[in-house]
Design a protein around this ligand. Structure first.
Ligand code: FE2
Length: 252
């Protein structure tokens, strides 16, 4: 697990803020991540999805790792969480067979109670103001008709007179929907850094295909993509360590 640090200048922010970005835990044991967050002492923690498998009561065992991570996060700093494709049950996002399968969100009451007990703020196609910053969470649209996310609430969010931060699991939404919106920081995951990285580029990402553009790093001084926290998996990561991301934003 590595710690990656990025710096962003944005005059909308009245001072220096440290954000930790954690995504795509996918049931991995979280103690190393928690230690890194404790050492970092961020002002806020942002978790834009795939921390869990489906939150519908069918994956309770695997999801314990996610509850443990988010509980620790909210002890360290105010934490905001949004749902990725796995939380809403859109698991095989890479499979052409799966695409177009429209489902309803099926969060179960027990999972929602456990999520509330972690102390994190779950932003599910909604936004909130906290500490003078507007935080929004855009849920994965993978299970919606046409795979389109529910963007309507973003016009109210964008009219907020505060620095604006959007948690958006899918980095490919940036070019499609978000690039021209008045949002100061967008944090994403999902692409796992392109799974294999050669010459500074990822090889494949669901929703973007081969040699995807949005898998890691900072884009346009406002989109930050995490390569994710998951260590192993069916397809191994090559030259692509999982990471905790530290984002330092200051007005100059
Ligand atoms: Fe994902």
């Amino acid at each position: 697990m590595k710690l990656t640090e990025y710096r962003i200048n944005n005059k909308k922010f009245p001072g220096k803020y440290v954000f930790a970005l954690v995504s795509d835990l996918h049931g991995n044991e979280p103690s190393e991540v928690i230690k890194m967050l404790e050492n970092m002492k961020p002002d806020f923690i942002l978790a834009p999805g795939d921390i869990f498998e489906p939150l519908d009561g069918t994956k309770n065992d695997i999801n314990e790792a996610g509850f443990e991570l988010l509980s620790a996060c909210s002890r360290i700093a105010p934490t905001f969480f949004s749902a990725g494709n796995h939380e809403v049950g859109g698991i095989r996002s890479w499979s052409p067979k799966w695409r177009g399968m429209v489902k309803k969100k099926s969060y179960d009451a027990e999972s929602m109670k456990k999520l509330a007990d972690t102390g994190v703020c779950f932003l599910d196609d909604e936004f909130t103001l906290s500490h003078g910053i507007a935080f929004a969470g855009l849920c994965s649209g993978l299970i919606n008709e046409g795979g389109v996310p529910k963007l309507d609430f973003l016009s109210d969010f964008c009219s907020c007179d505060a620095p604006k931060i959007l948690l958006c699991h899918h980095p490919e939404y940036y070019k499609k929907y978000l690039r021209d919106m008045d949002i100061d920081l967008i944090v994403s995951g999902h692409a796992h850094g392109g799974q294999w990285r050669f010459f500074g580029r990822g090889v494949f990402a669901p929703g973007q295909g081969i040699f995807p553009k949005y898998t890691s790093g900072v884009h346009d001084n406002k989109l930050v993509i995490s390569r994710g926290l998951k260590k192993g998996g069916t397809i191994p990561r090559i030259f692509n360590a999982p990471e905790v991301v530290k984002i330092i934003i200051s007005p100059d």
